[in-house]
Design a protein around this ligand. Structure first.
Ligand code: HEM
Length: 411
């Protein structure tokens, strides 16, 4: 029997959206945008109009987000015409050259070559190096006075030093690659400007790879270069994209976590007091900060490879899907009293590092960096305070990785 027109579920384009253009702005850095209130439990899959044009499904429920991220019917292939880009995006991004563009089985083959570098043992062995770096930054802050911008004083230098040492690339070029990264991730920039940042980074990494091909060192990037060659993977663009993903994810995400994590703790003095009086609470505090800040909230996008029904909505093949980590991380069915910041909250159920096959490769490295920072900063500088109210800080809105540009503090 042919279905009558009323039996046929509407396509994405036929749905109406009563929501403002996406992405929405966060009012508070450690809470979802206000629009999510009416979505997470009532409409866990909702249509949104994208500020850059077009539409997509915004998925905010915990179970629904995990389904999208762990179900092979949702593809991460950025070449697909329905893939949802939520900020102006240069054509160089619309490839599948890095892990964040590849589906199985190709993805598993490449991921193995990179993930081999992030073993629990290797991360554990880095604790002393990270501690030395955090101590040196705090020493320098104290030596130069009693106030500083935390971003250049601590938040950026720590993960930058760690990732450049890991990758074996010159740390003294950090100003260049930081400025390229800022340009590339800036959601308010044009696609052309973002493309310039990306090309700058890739040219820099291409030079590093050429040097390592000639003379491999005892570092992650040299080993990945060799492993790619041994596996018969000779596409240079893929290698450069992988290196770019590691360099950018390796410093930008952790840097924003350090600044905003410090801010969140300073805004919750009773929780900070608990943390400083009992260092065993540091790992739990890191998990809770990852949950409430959900920095990579806008980065987990997919396209339906076939028709899928989810959260009572039929998503048709070819339609774009945004799996909102911050929605999932504030779903009351998964987290009791989700808006409370509670460093003693049990478990690690949050999806701040994603979920399923693309789960963040750098999760344990990030945890290590944050544990060392938050386990050290407030005991070394017990009088630490923010110099600007929360609502006056310049946030990185409408970027793929949420964060803050500066954070003046005194001690
Ligand atoms: C606060 C810190 C971090 C956060 C919140 C974060 C978040 C994420 C998320 C949500 C994904 C999955 C995206 C998706 O499914 O589309 C991801 C993937 C990834 N992350 Fe991270 N990340 C962080 C730090 C790092 C660091 C330090 C590194 C590397 C040193 C890293 C490397 C990667 C890589 C390579 C992937 C791709 C994995 C794959 O596709 O198989 N990340 N990250």
């Amino acid at each position: 029997m042919t279905p009558s027109p009323s039996d046929v579920p509407p396509t994405l384009a036929e749905h109406s959206s009563d929501l403002p253009p996406f992405p929405f702005r966060r009012g508070c850095p450690y809470a979802p945008p206000q629009e999510y209130e009416g979505l997470i439990t009532a409409r866990p899959v909702a249509k949104v109009d994208l500020a850059v044009g077009g539409q997509a499904w915004l998925v905010t429920g915990y179970d629904e987000v995990r389904t999208v991220l762990n179900d092979s019917r949702f593809s991460i292939d950025r070449r697909h015409p329905g893939f949802p880009y939520i900020i102006p995006t240069p054509p160089q991004f619309k490839t599948n050259a890095s892990l964040l563009g590849m589906d199985a089985p190709e993805h598993g083959r490449y991921r193995k070559l990179v993930a081999a570098e992030f073993t629990a043992r290797r991360i554990r062995d880095m604790r002393a190096t990270v501690q030395t770096c955090v101590d040196a930054c705090i020493d320098a802050m104290v030596a130069q006075g009693d106030s500083a911008d935390l971003v250049p004083a601590l938040s950026l230098p720590v993960p930058t030093a760690v990732i450049t040492e890991l990758l074996g690339i010159p740390a003294d070029e950090h100003e260049f690659f930081h400025s390229c990264t800022r340009k590339m991730l800036n959601g308010s920039a044009t696609a052309k400007e973002r493309g310039e940042g990306l090309l700058g980074l890739e040219a820099f990494l291409d030079r590093q790879i050429t040097a390592k091909e000639k003379d491999p060192g005892e570092d992650l990037l040299s080993r990945v270069v060799v492993r790619f060659r041994e596996a018969g993977l000779t596409d240079r663009a893929e290698l450069v994209s992988m290196a770019r993903l590691l360099l950018v994810a390796g410093h930008e995400t952790s840097a924003n976590m350090i600044s905003l994590g410090t801010l969140t703790l300073l805004q919750h003095p009773e929780q900070l007091e608990l943390l400083t009086s009992d260092p065993s609470l540091v790992p739990g505090a890191v998990e809770e900060l990852l949950r409430v800040l959900s920095l990579a909230d806008l980065s987990a996008n997919r396209v339906a490879a076939e028709d899928v029904e989810i959260g009572g909505v039929l998503i048709r093949a070819g339609e774009g899907v945004i799996a909102s980590g911050i929605g999932a991380n504030f779903d009351p069915t998964a987290f009791e009293n989700p808006t409370a910041f509670d460093i003693r909250r049990p478990g690690r159920r949050h999806v701040a590092f994603g979920y399923g096959p693309h789960l963040c490769v750098g999760a344990d490295l990030t945890r290590l960096e944050l544990e060392v920072v938050f386990g050290t900063l407030f005991t070394r500088l017990p009088g630490l305070r923010a110099l600007k109210p929360v609502d006056e800080l310049p946030y990185k809105d409408r970027t793929i990785i949420y964060g803050v540009h500066e954070m003046p503090v005194a001690w």
